[in-house]
Design a protein around this ligand. Structure first.
Ligand code: FUB
Ligand code: ZN
Length: 592
């Protein structure tokens, strides 16, 4: 199956139209302005001098490149001369400052011109990767290829250095990203060198070619022998995406097998219920099987976005709905929680539990505790996530439809239109999805969380899709969503005796701001007596459910059910937490 690009899909109503409007009218400008304030834009003049503020950082280029890619995607839907001018200004600076042999990296040109490609961890190839992605997108959207040509020249240089002269100090990037970008480039240029270079970086990883094998950047083993996710979660996600990309292009069965195993292992042993990836702040990394502490979750926004990229490729490779299920989990939870409802501020890490009183890191503790941020902020010193969210929301349309010959796929339930199909729905608040499709065969995903999938047409099922051949008239699907309680495997110590409330794909949480007491005093009634109602502020439903408040009797007391007073708990969508001030929060709530 091939996904239909967001460029050919218009999201025209409902939840995601609202989020895209905010992305376009608020986020694009807000991220740019913060990058401007922090010197990231001015850095493109490549004239920073000692004594000036805002010394350029090794991967600022990538922050701005991601912004350019997101802005280009926004331009595909609407003329915006101001945005276009900003992108063109940045391209002018790249052109002006690119070295004659094609090299461009602000930090290296300023400070380490003679040491290019000597330090593996310095992100030169990572930055180039993001520039390539931006250049491809800008070219596809505007038809103008100036930026693309500049990057192709740089890629030619990298090809010579790595594949022909072997003159770099390392063979594979310290932070993956260029591999997937080269695959995008190859798909627009058709230039075999771009594919070869991507394969070179993938095949050499873990082969011990002079660089220390390290799980941190997934070079502990050759990629075809990697079945368990290790190391830095964003790096891993970008690598797995590129592995799947190469498998798509070359039919490499071993790569596909490794990707399938990695997906299985990630989702069965290493992922938070929100889709969050990165179990520990140490190395921003995957960790032991079933080690999923909520309060110290790393769950970087970029890692969830990388998982979406990986699943997009796996979905194309296999046509299996489980990858679209995972995309859905990420887009409504782990990735979406990365941005505030007003579109201006961001989480880098996404905890599943916050107890503000327990955060003693600044006070009388040993200072060794680490906790994720409790507030979203507008810009970070390491600001990879904000522009990633920008491009992720701007390109949301690419997740909705797929096609293979005469057969079309509906992968996500988002009000939208492409040439031969349209969807109208108020999902994820509502359960009904209306589809019009002028196609021979339509495959509609049956979500893994859906217990009662109903359709007004007869269908067979294959790989998690309802296969509909009578496509005349309107196709109406009812997903019959109700609140559902999830429990975790008992090996997840942090979740013992607790449940997480979901409604369709959306994971919910309780916040201190709605309860006025310590959340640790609250219990959910496991019989689940819940009501839902649409809430304008969150753009989907909130849920109230029966529960209990524990009345404490001193430090210890005899266990007695009379200590538990009936109360109602209010659940809000997890993606919306921390929007109403700093507050305690829990996804996993104790059950009795
Ligand atoms: O190193 C570049 C990016 O910054 C990584 O992907 C993020 O985890 C953050 O460390
Ligand atoms: Zn990030």
């Amino acid at each position: 199956m091939k996904s239909i690009s967001y460029r050919d899909v218009d999201i025209n109503g409902g939840f995601w139209k609202n989020r895209q409007d905010i992305n376009r009218t608020v986020t694009a400008g807000a991220v740019y302005d913060r990058f401007y304030d922090t010197g990231r834009i001015d850095a493109f003049n490549v004239n920073w001098k000692e004594g000036n503020p805002d010394k350029p950082h090794i991967f600022w280029d990538s922050d701005v490149a991601k912004w350019m890619e997101g802005a280009a995607a926004i331009l595909s839907k609407e003329d915006n001369p101001e945005l276009e001018e900003k992108i063109e200004w940045l391209i002018d600076r790249v052109e002006e400052n690119q070295l004659p042999d094609g090299y461009f990296n602000i930090f290296y040109i300023l400070f380490k011109k003679d040491q290019r490609f000597t330090v593996r961890s310095d992100h030169e190839l990572y930055c180039l990767g993001h520039f390539i992605e931006a250049a491809v997108e800008y070219c596809l959207v505007t038809g103008r290829d100036r930026f693309l040509r500049l990057m192709e020249k740089y890629v030619d240089l990298v090809y010579d250095i790595f594949c022909v002269n072997n003159s770099a100090g390392f063979t594979t990037p310290g932070h993956e990203e260029i591999e997937l970008a080269l695959m995008k480039l190859y798909r627009v240029t058709g230039n075999r060198k771009h594919l070869e270079l991507a394969i070179f970086f993938i095949d050499n990883r873990g082969n011990n070619n002079g660089e220390a094998p390290s799980p941190y950047n997934q070079s502990h083993l050759p990629v075809r022998e990697q079945f368990t996710p290790v190391g830095h979660a964003v790096r891993a996600g970008y690598l797995y995406t590129a592995m799947a990309d190469v498998a798509i292009e070359t039919g490499d069965e071993k790569l596909l097998y490794a990707c399938e195993k990695l997906f299985e292992n990630i989702t069965e042993k290493h992922m938070y219920v929100t889709g969050g990836l990165g179990q520990t702040h140490v190395d921003e990394a995957f960790s032991l099987d079933y080690f999923l502490p909520g309060e110290t979750a790393y769950a970087e926004t970029c890692a969830s976005i990388a998982m979406v990229f990986f699943c997009q490729r796996m979905l194309e490779l296999t046509g299996d709905s489980k990858y679209a299920d995972m995309i859905e989990k990420q887009i409504y939870n782990g990735a979406l929680s990365g941005i505030s409802l007003d579109g201006k501020s961001f989480f880098y890490t996404n905890p599943l539990s916050i107890d503000l009183d327990n955060r003693i890191k600044d006070g009388n503790s040993s200072g060794e505790d680490w906790f994720p941020g409790e507030d979203r902020v507008e810009v970070f010193s390491c600001s990879c996530c904000p522009p990633n969210v920008l491009r992720f929301i701007a390109t949301m349309g690419s997740n909705i439809y797929g096609r293979e010959g005469d057969c079309y796929y509906v992968n996500q339930f988002i009000s939208s239109k492409t040439d031969r199909i349209s969807i109208t729905t108020d999902f994820p608040s509502g359960s009904v999805v209306n589809i019009k499709a002028d196609v021979k065969e339509l495959r509609v995903r049956i979500p893994e969380w859906c217990d009662k999938f109903e359709c007004n047409k007869t269908y067979t099922t294959e790989k998690g899709y309802a296969v509909i051949t009578d496509t005349d008239g309107e196709i109406t699907v009812n997903l019959n969503m109700t609140p559902v309680l999830l429990e975790a495997n008992s090996l997840v110590l942090d979740c013992a005796g607790k449940a997480a409330l979901t409604y369709g794909p959306v994971v919910y949480c309780i916040e201190g701001v709605d309860h006025g007491e310590k959340l640790s005093q609250l219990y959910l009634d496991g019989r689940l007596k819940a009501n839902t109602e649409y809430d304008e502020y969150f753009g989907t439903r909130v849920i109230t459910a029966d529960g209990y408040k524990k009345i404490n009797q001193g430090l210890y007391s005899r266990y007695s059910s009379s200590n538990y007073k009936e109360t109602r708990l209010k659940f809000i969508p997890y993606f919306g937490f921390a929007n109403r001030g700093r507050s305690d929060m829990q996804v996993w709530v104790k059950v009795r």
